[in-house]
Design a protein around this ligand. Structure first.
Ligand SMILES: N[C@@H](CCC(=O)N[C@@H](CS)C(=O)NCC(=O)O)C(=O)O
Length: 181
């Protein structure tokens, strides 16, 4: 059982944001109470002011505020939440191989998935600038890599770890959404 944090977490996000969804998933798995602050979208970009840019110089979402700790970037936020609130160390196990494997797929999510599935959806649904055909091709390439290799990742998880780890969350946003743009 996880202990609720003494200081309530704030998550700047938006319901349609896949990177925020990763964080909401882990918060929910860890049963951590939090409040959300909606960052509106305007012409395909976040509508942010100087106060928000002081929290997150990239102007992106998600951003997590936990007392004095301010973090942006879904990968960093996932690692923080798992390290800070998962006493059982299930989600981010301390073993070197586990950390390496998890970081490997989190990196994949920030590269192939971002330049492919994420970008294709963002262009089609939110009017991001970019080459939709190239993003779709990159998305398919990423999916092929995921299909070919995630079997070994989950197989590895099953052998070494009986419980899910952070490997479970970074791919989730794009699976249902890849078809629903
Ligand atoms: N690498 C960042 C990417 C964050 C990102 O691209 N966020 C999108 C929403 S999913 C966003 O803020 N888009 C609007 C904008 O950039 O103005 C992460 O993993 O958090």
């Amino acid at each position: 059982m996880h202990q609720a944090p003494e200081i309530k977490l704030q998550l700047y996000d938006r319901l349609t944001s896949g990177n925020s969804y990763k964080v909401r998933l882990l918060l929910s798995f860890l049963d951590i109470p939090y409040e959300t602050i909606d960052v509106p979208l305007e012409n395909g970009r976040n509508k942010v002011d100087d106060a928000y840019l002081a929290l997150n110089p990239r102007g992106q979402i998600p951003t997590l505020v936990h007392g004095d700790v301010v973090l942006w970037g879904s990968t960093a936020i996932l690692a923080y939440l798992a390290s800070q609130f998962d006493a059982a160390k299930t989600w981010l196990p301390p073993q070197p191989v586990a950390i390496g494997r998890i970081m490997q797929w989190l990196e994949f999510a920030q590269n192939e998935v971002t330049s492919g599935l994420f970008r294709a959806r963002a262009i089609r649904r939110f009017g991001y600038l970019g080459d939709l055909e190239q993003a779709s091709r990159d998305g398919i390439k990423g999916l092929r890599c995921l299909t070919a290799h995630s079997g070994s990742a989950t197989g590895w998880e099953r052998r070494i770890r009986p419980s899910p780890t952070l490997l479970a969350s970074p791919m989730q946003p794009w699976r249902p959404k890849a078809d629903s743009t």
